[in-house]
Design a protein around this ligand. Structure first.
Ligand SMILES: O=P(O)(O)OC[C@@H](O)[C@@H](O)c1c[nH]c2ccccc12
Length: 251
């Protein structure tokens, strides 16, 4: 059971128990971050849908694993028009690493989001990134972790899946919020999630639609429902990543 009183999918329980074992807590990070909202605005001005393309070698819901150099993948995504990148640093279930994020961030000039299951302040002190994901469902003291991220220069992206989590994100002063279409209890995706929660998000929040966006029709659907930007992983990682990003950003 988690805080929502709902059973989590076994893969997610395994991810969380690995996350609890990671101590983090190297030297305190202080980052001079590339602005995520500015990167979205630049993409819009250039006629592209703002997309955060995700470097995700594998996942509990993906068959197989992509072994290309993550830096090559990242560059190819930027070539296709990605406004920003998301890089998994979780190694046990997603094939990512802090080292690949570090290399990617040195190789591109767009903002890079660190995608991991961060539960404690010490786990922020692992690698420099422009933004960090904080999953409302798993973080006990969200206002404290949002503040701790900002103190280090990170832009916190708070991920929500329910109305109650959205209210907690807003109360924690989040100004970058992602609505995850994937239910972490069942690992199923439903784009209705974004459509039903987006109207309750305050206007001054930069709002992302996350997960399950596979086609240009999905991009248009999320944009019409109020998404300022889209976070897309699997549909980009499957095949020619440059062509995939180009197709999805010119929807
Ligand atoms: O591959 P998709 O369905 O396009 O989803 C991307 C991203 O939203 C997903 O990887 C994700 C959303 N929240 C997360 C939290 C941790 C790890 C991964 C995620």
């Amino acid at each position: 059971m988690d805080a929502n009183g709902e059973e989590l999918a076994p893969a997610v329980r395994s991810i969380l128990s690995a996350a609890r074992d990671r101590t983090g807590g190297g030297e305190r990070v202080s980052v001079d971050a590339r602005s995520v909202p500015e990167a979205f605005a630049a993409a819009e001005a250039d006629g592209r849908a703002p997309v955060i393309a995700e470097v995700k070698p594998t996942s509990p819901t993906t068959d197989g694993r992509r072994d290309d150099d993550p830096v090559d993948l990242a560059r190819a995504m930027v070539d296709g028009g990605a406004a920003a990148l998301s890089v998994l640093t979780e190694s046990d279930h997603f094939g990512g690493s802090p080292a690949s994020l570090e290399r990617i961030r040195a190789a591109v000039d767009v903002p890079v989001l660190r995608k991991d299951f961060i539960l404690t302040e010490a786990q922020l002190d692992v690698v420099e990134s422009d933004a960090v994901l904080l999953i409302a469902r798993f973080v006990d003291d969200l206002p404290a972790l949002v503040a701790a991220a900002r103190e280090r220069g990170f832009q916190p992206l708070v991920e929500v899946h329910t109305r109650a989590e959205l209210d907690r994100a807003v109360a924690a002063d989040a100004d970058l919020i992602g609505i995850n279409n994937r239910d972490l209890a069942r690992l199923e995706v439903d784009l209705d999630t974004f459509e039903s929660l987006a109207p309750s998000v305050p206007d001054d929040v930069t709002l992302l639609a996350e997960s399950g966006i596979a086609s240009t029709a999905d991009v248009q659907r999320m944009r019409s429902a109020g998404a300022d930007a889209l976070l897309i992983g699997s549909a980009i990682m499957d095949g020619d990543v440059t062509a995939n990003v180009r197709r999805l950003t010119t929807a």
